[in-house]
Design a protein around this ligand. Structure first.
Ligand SMILES: Nc1ncnc2c1ncn2[C@@H]1O[C@H](COP(=O)(O)OP(=O)(O)O)[C@@H](O)[C@H]1O
Ligand SMILES: [Mg+2]
Length: 312
């Protein structure tokens, strides 16, 4: 089955869609992985940003409610899309109320996306979920379907609050609905190293995040905004290729994706070690750093609670 990655933050405009688009593109283009991205936001920004021509009735809404069999949009050979448009705004209403009652009862509504992926996405290596800016039924569906959550953060107190909300929600989901869910990591977007607030916020999160912060920062890059403009509609790598350039945005998302894959590889070794651990290995594992410096108690507490639910 594919690795399912949800990209989420409760706050809008923090780079979720840009990250979903370009992480998916990097996996497909640089790592030759077969990728499908789900646009889970009624604003349809991922779909619009990659120029998806939406056929009425063939969006993520109908996919989840099993109304039509539909073929994902082939943006590139290895990168397919299940698009969204504003009809997705009725999703929450539809599943809670009567229109589709015989198709979907309220019981189990959080499993719709997971079931769809299980039944339709076996051919893919990665499923990327671009979440809406809310901890609603759609994001719950994403967290139930996902193995990993990635959280883009801007150096701003609002986005830290967004991170706290994501962690609280994840803690509840792990306890009740999806024990496989894990935090893939937190990464900084639109990072401006020279700005004190950027540096301070990054340091604060690093202090409490117990190794869950990516070392790659996504810098502010005009190519990221240009590539998804309606006059272009491309991922940043394909855009750069057309212009025969290598932008900071492309460099950073390529590095971030490499770092993510590196972390996954390390984790798989760690898990193999743990399952076959003899005394010597166990001792080595016990020496993994567990101490954290508490810089922001509330955020630290949220990390702590989430990570505790993940400990066997
Ligand atoms: N690193 C970046 N540099 C410059 N512009 C960016 C960057 N990341 C995102 N943007 C722009 O910021 C806006 C919001 O980003 P988006 O990914 O749509 O956020 P979200 O999905 O969280 O609402 C978009 O116009 C996008 O092009
Ligand atoms: Mg978005």
């Amino acid at each position: 089955m594919p690795e399912v990655i949800a990209i989420t933050n409760q706050k809008g405009g923090v780079g979720k869609t840009t990250s979903a688009t370009n992480i998916a593109a990097s996996l497909a283009i640089h790592h030759n992985k077969k990728v499908i991205a789900f646009d889970l936001d009624q604003q349809g920004n991922l779909s619009k940003g990659l120029g998806v021509e939406i056929v009425k009735g063939h969006t993520v809404l109908e996919a989840l409610l099993r109304i039509t069999d539909h073929t994902p949009y082939p943006y590139q050979e290895n990168f397919h899309i299940i698009p969204a448009d504003n009809t997705f705004s009725t999703f929450a209403l539809n599943i809670a109320h009567s229109q589709f009652e015989d198709l979907v009862s309220e019981v189990g509504k959080e499993n719709l996306l997971k079931d769809y992926i299980k039944n339709n996405c076996a051919e893919y290596d990665y499923v990327i979920l671009d979440c809406p800016p809310a901890m609603d039924d759609v994001t719950i569906n994403a967290m139930v379907a996902a193995n990993k959550v990635l959280v883009p953060l801007q150096a701003h107190s609002f986005s830290l609050q967004g991170l706290q909300t994501v962690l609280s929600m994840m803690t509840r989901i792990v306890k009740r609905l999806n024990t496989d869910l894990d935090l893939g990591g937190v990464f900084f977007v639109q990072h401006q190293e020279r700005k004190i607030i950027s540096r301070d916020t990054a340091d604060k999160v690093k202090d409490v995040a117990q190794g869950k912060v990516f070392t790659t920062y996504i810098r502010t890059s005009v190519s990221l905004a240009e590539s998804s403009d309606e006059s272009v509609c491309l991922d940043v790598f394909t855009y750069d290729k057309q212009l025969e350039q290598k932008s900071n945005g492309a460099t950073d998302y390529q590095n971030l994706t490499n770092e993510f894959l590196g972390k996954q590889f390390q984790e798989s070794i760690y898990q193999r070690k743990e399952s076959s651990s003899n005394g010597a290995d166990k001792k080595e594992l016990d020496q993994e750093p567990t101490e954290i410096a508490i810089a922001d108690t509330e955020l630290a507490d949220k990390f702590d609670r989430f990570l505790k639910t993940k400990k066997p």
